[in-house]
Write a new protein. Structure first.
Length: 256
């Protein structure tokens, strides 16, 4: 009798143990399925990949990163790049020629002719219209002083007419006027009319102020060297032109 009871107890314990194990397994797998669902999906997806595809992904992940080269800041752009980027055109006399001759600017950004004056610059204007610049820089005056001598009114009237033509022909272009650069004693002795340069510049700046046009005076650059002029006493030496271009870029609104 006791033996039968013992057997029944053992059987009950075994059944209870089996039921407990079953419940634990169900709970475990449900937990695993919920908690690691994303991992299981990833593994299932990864298992479907070809071994070569997996190797390729590993190799790509191990490749060194390409260096990121930062864009050159605007203030560090050399004149050639800046004049091209902002579509700037410089027109005028032999001083503009220096910008091309010393390779400060590309030929596409300059229009020049030796001896050119503001009153006969119509062909320059025609080329400027074709170029359609965002910014137009006028470099005239040295030859005008020689022609007009003390007649500053004649010079100013001619300049005003040309400015009006330019404004009408290029209404969306920002216009800048450069000052007439001074000369040394050699040039002044050769042509006394140069003594009126300061007067011409004063009146030219007044005209620009009246019309709301920026007047750019870069003559201070000539004081950076003790002997800044070439043999004619009019045209600066090569050092001047890049500094001149940089000074202009510092002063025009689009770039700085």
């Amino acid at each position: 009798m006791k033996k039968n009871i013992l057997i029944k107890i053992v059987i009950c314990l075994i059944i209870a143990l089996i039921i407990s194990i079953s419940l634990v397994n169900v709970s475990f797998f449900d937990f695993k399925s919920d908690k690691f669902k994303d991992t299981e999906e990833f593994l299932n997806k990864d298992n479907s990949k070809d071994i070569n595809e997996i190797k390729e992904e590993i190799e790509n992940n191990n490749k060194p990163l390409e260096p990121v080269i930062p864009e050159e800041p605007e203030e560090n752009l050399e004149p050639k790049k800046a004049f091209q980027k902002y579509k700037i055109l410089m027109i005028g006399d032999s001083f503009v020629e220096g910008m091309e001759a010393y390779e400060v600017l590309y030929s596409s950004n300059v229009v020049w002719e030796r001896g050119k004056r503001i009153d006969n610059m119509q062909d320059h204007l025609n080329k400027a219209i074709t170029f359609n610049p965002n910014i137009l820089i006028l470099v005239y005056g040295s030859n005008d002083v020689q022609m007009w001598d003390s007649n500053v009114d004649g010079f100013i009237n001619a300049y005003e007419k040309s400015l009006d033509k330019i404004s009408n022909s290029l209404p969306n272009t920002k216009i800048y006027v450069t000052s007439i650069l001074p000369v040394n004693d050699v040039a002044l002795k050769e042509d006394p009319s140069f003594k009126y340069i300061d007067l011409f510049n004063d009146r030219l700046q007044e005209l620009c102020d009246e019309k709301g046009i920026s007047f750019l005076d870069s003559s201070y650059i000539l004081n950076l060297e003790s002997n800044p002029y070439s043999s004619d006493g009019i045209h600066p030496k090569g050092f001047f032109y890049e500094k001149w271009a940089l000074d202009i870029l510092d002063k025009i609104e689009v770039v700085r």
